[in-house]
Design a protein around this ligand. Structure first.
Ligand SMILES: Nc1ncnc2c1ncn2[C@@H]1O[C@H](COP(=O)(O)OP(=O)(O)OP(=O)(O)O)[C@@H](O)[C@H]1O
Length: 260
């Protein structure tokens, strides 16, 4: 039986999670209830140790919650699969493979048609701005370019949900801004659904259609708010968020919550 409707891609119900720590239970997530619809861009912020990555790993299928359930299109998530792509802070690329081969890795493993793989990899290489670097090895690339490869490697699998764990936090400010623009455009162009963890309130405000704030461990959902600054930026690339009163009010509100 399924309780989810067509627009509820993800349904997390009464999820609790604890890890074992020296024979004791360490409660990490408490009573998480969450629904994510197609094309939402959910940004998650919260104190360190509030269980954000644990929640992402449960959504990815890397971890099974201690209690409660997590479903995608009404089907329990019990293992990772290609419908959910994960991008981590430090991309784990294969240094012995070229950019193109790194990106083609998933479809090649699945033995998809070679011509289709080549067409898709070329399209994603261009989308993430890596044209002319496809035959480079990943050790020759900057941090931002490596993260572009990681993103293309995820996108080529055409996941329905992209899970990103602080994907830009190791990048310098300028590279980070260009990666934010890239992900915002990809989200809009491909009607993607994204769940992104960040420590940066501004990043969450600039990208998300919704912000979730986790409380201190054991993490609970403290605030779940819809926002729309990303759409404002998309409809007017010269839009200056810094001059938007509402943006500042949200920034203060979330800063206060995180410094509690
Ligand atoms: N595999 C594990 N075994 C034991 N404890 C773990 C494990 N993974 C995470 N923890 C603990 O669970 C808590 C939550 O970790 P998690 O990484 O989910 O938090 P987070 O909110 O993502 O933190 P940060 O913002 O610092 O990345 C932390 O106290 C962490 O030490």
């Amino acid at each position: 039986m399924t309780n989810s409707t067509h627009d509820e891609m993800i349904v997390v119900k009464n999820v609790n999670h604890q890890f074992k720590k020296q024979a004791e239970d360490l409660p990490v997530l408490k009573n998480i209830n969450l629904k994510i619809a197609k094309n939402e861009f959910v940004c998650v912020i919260g104190p360190s140790g509030s269980g954000k990555s644990t929640l992402l790993k449960i959504l990815a299928g890397y971890l099974i919650p201690s209690s409660g359930s997590c479903e995608m299109h009404g089907k329990k998530i019990i293992a990772p699969d290609v419908t959910r792509g994960v991008v981590f802070q430090s991309p784990t690329l294969y240094p012995w493979l070229t950019v193109r081969r790194n990106i083609e890795y998933g479809p090649r493993i699945r033995k998809e048609d070679a011509t289709v793989i080549r067409e898709k990899s070329q399209a994603y290489i261009e989308k993430v701005g890596l044209a002319d670097f496809e035959e480079s090895h990943t050790y020759e690339l900057s941090g931002g370019m490596k993260q572009r490869v990681a993103l293309a490697r995820t996108l080529i699998n055409e996941p329905e949900l992209i899970l990103m764990d602080e994907p830009f936090s190791a990048l310098d400010a300028i590279t980070r801004m260009s990666m934010q623009t890239l992900i915002r455009n990809l989200w809009q162009d491909s009607q993607q659904t994204i769940f992104l963890i960040t420590h940066d309130i501004e990043e969450a405000l600039k990208l998300g259609t919704r912000i979730i704030v986790m409380s201190k461990r054991p993490g609970q959902i403290e605030v779940d708010k819809k926002i729309d600054f990303s759409r404002k930026i998309l409809s007017d690339p010269s839009y200056l968020l810094e001059e938007d009163q509402e943006f500042h009010e949200h920034k203060i509100e979330f800063s206060k919550l995180l410094s509690k």
